[in-house]
Write a protein that binds this ligand. Sequence first.
Ligand SMILES: [Zn+2]
Length: 278
Amino acid sequence: MLVNSKEILKEFKRNNKAVIHFNINNLEWTKWILEECNRLNVPVILGCSESAVKYMGGFDVVYSIVTSLIKDLDIKIDVVLHLDHGHSVESCTKAIDAGFTSVMIDASCEDFNQNVLITKEVVNYAHSKNVTVEAEIGIMGQLNHDNVNFGSTTNVSDVLEFVKQTGVDSIAPAVGTVHGMYRGDLKIDYDLIHEISMKVDIPLVLHGGSGLSNEILKKCVKNGITKININSDLQDKWSLGVREYLANNNEVIDPRKIISSGMDKIKSEIDLKLNIND
Ligand SMILES: [Zn+2]
């Protein structure tokens, strides 16, 4: 069933566990993630970025694909359809109007007051439609080719003030992770995660979870993270599977066979990530 993220996040937070947000890119990824999470009987957050929405054809297409798969595959678990990194009020509004049950408004590149104003506008509209809102504060690290910009971590009193002023449902504070497939040593500030989680009532979200071992992810959860976003890890594993398949089957032209050759690797990666709650 399609639901907003409120109850799921509440329950995972209460149990000191983390729900995984997997990004979707097309029909196949959506299907595989739903099938695997349903097989394991765990709720899932399907994150769709603005560029993935555009790629798939639009907000209505994404909503139709997700709801139709839930119906036709007889998916029993709770599913959240979440706009990942909405960069404007307009984009969040469009997602909500199409039926997305959760949105992230990312105005973290704005100054504090502007981020509050923009987030508040999205919260007001979303809550009137029973949609949950995630926001971001601080500057997340970014991986651009081989250059890593580590951004800057968030200060605790800013998070407290931001949550109080916006009424947002969950928050992604910058705590030292990096967007993209980062494989080096990260300086994750576990103490900062812990301190924020002690002072802020709402669930905390970790962006840039890809490339991190389960040991590191578990440490983040232990310190107060309730939602972990995984995008690049699935891309990495899928492309590995496809590359292997094509190297051994260079005469195959059936797109279904080519695209699906990454399926097993994606499903194993989903299993691996879900192990953090064991
Ligand atoms: Zn992110």
